[in-house]
Design a protein around this ligand. Structure first.
Ligand code: ATP
Ligand code: MG
Length: 658
């Protein structure tokens, strides 16, 4: 293993490194052998009713049990139903039930603010109190079961408290990422018909102050239906407060009673709406319901992160994304875990901020995104080397395909070659992780999300619906539902059907391309729309990108196709370089030669465009849709760019077009 140093040259098709969990990890793991996993998996797909009934019994407390476990139709009358007739409450499962056990005084949420000295810890008992009080605040301002509440908050504890309080009274939360503009916020409030907004006076981001309330006021100016707005005082600074509409959080909380009975929700009552990150187009209001989602997030959390009661679990995702919903809040808290929540960003005040936090709290399990890992590679090894990371025992990634070289960097510099890495593939729509290793028993291959989680039947198919062969790229679809699957696009049943169920009748269509290798491992190749067709050869963007990232001077790469007279589609590569490396024509030639050598002449980029940054969504995903337009010279019709983190990146790319 030691000679597999980062910078070694590999690409996805020839990637053949395999890593096994250590004996020490396996000995203590929940699922410790392939055989045990395969037996459970077989049961989960052959007897799904029994399997999901067992999971529901083991993981969730119910006020009333179900009449049927799984009912669905994926062909005509699209519907998905789990645990019909059952009653439960998500906040009860995340809080109240732990109060009857020793966990009542266990840390539920540890919050690290952006300033080092801002830190708070809530035990389960304390979190229960805050949530119950805020649930009463919501009731006092007239929020009822089924009402939508838009939550526009940064990563502060009040965000977790708000969503659990909504769940407690049966209100449907719709979290809008705290960095979004007034227009994005307005569109999401209007789309969900919310009458209540929870926000903050100001936010902190990388040392700068965000005028959150001002942005919210601008959005609300066009949302007359919003009757009440509760404002958290994150910074001790005044802001505009509208008489009769706006209420200070701390004032309302001071008057709120301590107890609030949790509402008895039907298993299929909506729990939340969440808009997708918008990588491929206009965001969709994905709707999740209560019973199936809670069973799925709780069980997947326990198995995939191999959670043990003494662990500190840190998922770095913002609660504004599904990863934060499922694996900062619902999954971990329902499982009685200690979940760490961080307000800041990875590179402020210095590039070792994550490692400082791992060291400070002795984090055991870290779950983060490839975009962050690539940024850290760019900053260099010295940052993690300067911190004590010995508490880590398991690592995870989510959000984009991870380039094998980024995987290796994570493995060596963060995991110190002893922590398994779970590369987890899933979507806002899927509620929880679908393709992933179980860390104690599935050997990992850098760049592969490996095998399906329990109950999942993913398949790679060709355009005509037939199953693709070994290592043949195709469309990733899923044969049957699982409890965490979305139940609809809010307010738009037609869009639900046409986006996910008409392309390949009988399947849930993921929109992603993938191939399955000889060991049955899945390799995600990028979005279906992004697959390249060069002189009749189909190439995944992820593949060419990974070859580029494997070059020692490259930090990040994004590859798209553009119209090419001879080849049909040519390859246009956007490349950012590591710290201290300059752009040059020689380097362009070197990179083209490197890709040729790695994948073959068919994959040689026709154009290389050096850039200081790539356009990313607010959740850190590269937005290839825009890059494709720029490459094609179609710069007047870039489409919806409201979900971009930094729109100015687009202007500089347009002017530097090759
Ligand atoms: P939109 O649907 O609005 O275009 P989005 O798809 O980026 O936005 P998300 O639901 O946040 O919104 O992202 C899910 C997508 O992220 C997946 O479909 C896949 O393309 C990508 N993805 C997530 N995890 C992984 C992973 N481990 N490996 C490869 N791709 C991943
Ligand atoms: Mg999507």
């Amino acid at each position: 293993m030691a000679e597999e140093k980062s910078g070694s040259v590999q690409n996805l098709m020839t990637e053949n490194r395999v890593f096994y969990p250590s004996q020490e990890f396996t000995d203590k793991a929940k699922v410790s052998s392939r055989q045990q996993r395969d037996e459970l998996y077989r049961k989960s797909v052959e007897q799904p009713e029994e399997f999901w009934a067992d999971m529901a019994e083991q993981n969730i407390d119910w006020f009333k049990k179900w009449e049927a476990v799984e009912e669905y139709d994926f062909t005509d009358n699209i519907f998905i139903n789990y645990y019909r007739g059952a009653k439960l409450n998500a906040s009860y499962n995340c809080l109240d039930r732990h109060l009857k056990t020793w966990r009542r005084n266990k840390a539920a949420l540890i919050w690290q603010g952006e300033p080092y000295e801002d830190s708070r810890t809530y035990t389960y008992l304390q979190l229960h109190r805050e949530v119950s009080k805020f649930a009463n605040v919501l009731k006092n301002i007239g929020v009822k079961k089924g009402d939508r509440v838009t939550v526009y908050l940064p990563m502060i504890p009040e965000l977790a408290i708000t969503i659990l309080a909504c769940a407690r009274i049966g209100a449907i939360h719709s979290v809008v990422f705290g960095g979004f503009s007034a227009e994005s916020l307005r569109d999401r409030i209007l789309d969900s018909n919310a009458e209540t907004l929870i926000t903050t006076n100001y936010g902190l981001r990388a040392g700068k102050i965000l005028n959150s309330k001002e942005i919210a006021d601008n959005a609300l100016a066009e949302c007359p239906a919003v009757k009440n707005c509760v404002v958290v005082k994150r910074l001790d600074k005044d802001c505009n407060m509208v008489e009769g509409r706006d209420h200070w959080w701390h004032e309302a909380m001071a008057k709120a009673p301590l107890d609030c009975e949790p509402e008895q929700m039907d298993a299929e009552d909506p729990l939340f709406i969440l808009y997708t990150s918008g990588s491929t187009g206009k965001p969709k209001g994905v709707m999740h319901t209560t019973g199936g989602y809670m069973v799925y997030t709780t069980s997947s959390f326990k198995y995939i992160f191999d959670y043990r009661d003494e662990d500190i679990f840190w998922c770095t995702a913002d609660i504004g994304w599904v990863t934060g919903h499922s694996y900062v809040v619902y999954g971990p808290l329902s499982a009685g875990a200690t979940s760490l929540m961080f307000e800041g960003v990875p590179n402020y005040p210095q590039p070792d901020r994550f490692w400082e936090i791992v060291e400070k709290y002795r984090v055991n399990i870290l779950y983060t995104a490839p975009t962050g890992i690539r940024a850290m590679m760019r900053d260099g090894e010295k940052w993690p080397l300067g911190r004590d990371l010995s508490s880590l025992r398991l690592l995870g990634t989510v959000g984009e395909p991870i380039n094998p070289e980024a995987w290796m960097w994570y493995h060596i510099n963060i995991g110190k070659e002893k922590c398994p890495i779970v590369d987890t593939w899933w979507q806002t729509e899927t509620g929880g992780i679908l393709i992933t290793p179980l860390p104690g028993c599935i050997p990992t291959k850098p760049g592969s999300a490996t095998v399906p989680f329990f109950g999942l039947k993913p398949k790679v198919i060709r355009q005509d619906g037939s199953e693709a062969g070994v290592n043949e790229g195709g469309y990733l679809v899923i044969e049957k539902p699982w409890p965490g699957l979305m139940r609809g696009v809010y307010g738009d049943p037609e869009r639900f059907k046409t986006t996910y169920f008409v392309q390949y009748p009988g399947y849930y269509f993921t929109g992603d391309g993938a191939r399955k290798d000889e060991d049955g491992y899945f390799w995600l190749m990028g979005r279906v729309d992004d697959v390249l067709n060069v002189s009749g050869h189909r190439l995944g963007t992820a593949e060419v990108e990974s070859a580029l990232v494997a070059h020692a001077k490259v930090a990040e790469a994004a590859v798209v196709g553009f119209p090419h007279d001879i080849k049909g589609e040519g390859i246009y590569a956007y490349v950012t370089l590591k710290e201290g490396i300059d752009f040059s024509d020689e380097l362009k030639k070197e990179l083209v030669a490197h890709v040729r050598k790695e994948i073959g002449p068919i994959a040689s980029p026709d154009k290389i465009h050096f850039s200081n940054a790539l356009p990313k969504t607010r959740s850190g995903k590269i937005m290839r849709r825009i890059l494709r337009k720029i490459a094609a010279g179609d710069v007047d019709q870039l489409g919806d760019t409201t979900t971009l983190a930094d729109p100015s990146v687009v202007d500089s790319l347009v002017s530097g077009r090759q």
